[in-house]
Design a protein around this ligand. Structure first.
Ligand code: NAD
Ligand code: DAU
Length: 352
């Protein structure tokens, strides 16, 4: 048996493949375009592992996806491939439309043709799991209840609008063609291999490099944080037991204001790797111009997943964030490789 995983060289995709092969002997075929966010170093530990095959390519290349499906006959496709950074979607939405909407559509077409050609048990057990985000639901006020699966979609950024469109396509392929799909909508992940354009790895990297820690606006925007390995275990659980055509919210019950997250990171770094001058990393905090259209609050109600499939996160924010800081301190070479080159162009464009 084999599964096809797209976006496998990115942050969550790589964690998923590594975790999958730590839990199963079932082979994985990885498909990734290797955009700026894709990094083969994330999968380096699998280099000599015969259970893993990596293919560089685009989910929007329908012929390639069809060829891979024919060749490897996967029993499931898990789709992580996407453009994922909100700020980049504000600077240039085009890639988001191409990959998240057109790419998902082309992949759905290839998968539909493959699934139609399956017979008997293989057709009945096949699954297409689409990995999505809580951002499709829009922004909450401080007193609103957390998002449930029945919340209306109200995406506010080009990124979340493109993810919402892809969710709708996946839903439509189930209702119209009967494609056996599952969708997960998860909150903010953090952990190993997180690209340092996102808040948590950016702050750790900048703190250690003696640079400013940029807080957008007043820093009171709220996100729900989930340790990436808990997201991976939720996806495995949904793939195994999820009801066809259903969506599942995934979250950590960890609502935090951005400023509190950054303070926590500074405090852990103060203990783990104190600054040479004895001052706190909090000294480096800087308030900068807000993100246009910045969503104020996200909160996920993950009780459906807990109730129906018995999933619970293993990490609290306190345990997960310590592990994360430790991982970055122990993997400075990984960070240094990423933060040379094109990364610098992005930082000067975004934080000039
Ligand atoms: P990421 O940007 O770290 O990785 C995305 C990966 O997809 C990269 O390896 C990239 O090379 C690849 N990719 C991009 N375009 C592609 C294409 N056209 N064809 C093939 N591969 C392509 O993103 P991530 O944070 O790992 O997110 C993975 C998925 O999870 C995304 O769909 C994202 O929307 C979703 N998600 C992310 C979070 C989060 O907090 N990071 C939370 C909820 C959902
Ligand atoms: O909610 C799930 C989403 O979480 C995923 O779908 C996205 O792919 C993922 O990138 C993430 O989106 P966010 O925009 O919430 O993540 P980011 O790390 O970019 O920002 C987190 C919060 O921190 C957000 O309110 C913006 C703020 N921020 C971010 C950066 C990069 C800052 O204040 N300063 C910064 O420099």
């Amino acid at each position: 048996m084999t599964i096809l995983v797209t976006g496998s060289a990115g942050f969550i995709g790589a964690n998923f493949v590594l975790d999958w092969l730590a839990h199963h002997d079932e082979a994985v075929v990885s498909l990734d375009k290797l955009t700026y966010a894709g990094n083969l170093a994330n999968l380096q530990s699998l280099e000599a592992d015969a259970r893993h095959t990596f293919v560089q390519g685009d989910i929007g290349d329908q012929a390639l996806v069809a060829e891979l499906l024919e060749k490897y006959q996967p029993r499931a496709v898990v789709n992580f491939a996407a453009e994922s950074h909100v700020d980049r979607s504000i600077h240039g939405p085009e890639d988001f439309i191409q990959t998240n909407i057109v790419g998902t559509f082309r992949m759905l077409e290839a998968v539909r043709a493959y699934w139609k050609g399956l017979s008997g048990e293989a057709a009945g057990t096949f699954r297409f799991l689409h990995v999505s985000t809580d951002e499709v639901y829009g922004s909450l006020s401080p007193t609103d209840p957390a998002f449930t699966e029945t919340n209306q979609y109200e995406p506010n950024s080009p990124y979340s609008a493109s993810k919402a469109a892809s969710d709708h396509l996946v839903r439509a392929y189930h209702h119209t063609y009967g494609l056996p799909v599952l969708t997960t909508n998860c909150s903010n992940n953090y952990g190993p291999y997180h690209f340092p354009e996102k808040l948590i790895p950016l702050v750790i990297h900048n703190a250690l490099a003696g640079k400013d820690l940029p807080i957008y606006g007043d820093g009171q925007q709220i996100r729900d944080w989930l340790y990436v390995k808990d997201h991976c275990s939720a996806i495995r659980r949904v793939l195994e037991g999820g009801k066809l055509g259903e969506t599942y919210n995934v979250g950590g019950w960890n609502e935090k204001a951005n400023l509190d997250v950054v303070h926590t990171l500074c405090d852990i770094l103060d203990q783990e790797q104190p600054r040479a001058d004895g001052l706190s990393y909090r000294e480096q905090l800087t308030f900068v111009k807000d993100r246009p259209g910045h969503d104020r609050r996200y909160a996920i109600d993950a009780s459906k997943l807990e109730r129906e499939l018995g999933w619970k996160p293993a990490e609290t924010f306190e345990t997960g964030i310590r592990k994360t800081v430790r991982w970055y301190l122990d993997n400075q070479e990984w960070v240094n490789n990423i933060t040379s080159g094109n990364y610098r162009d992005w930082v000067s464009k975004q934080y000039q």
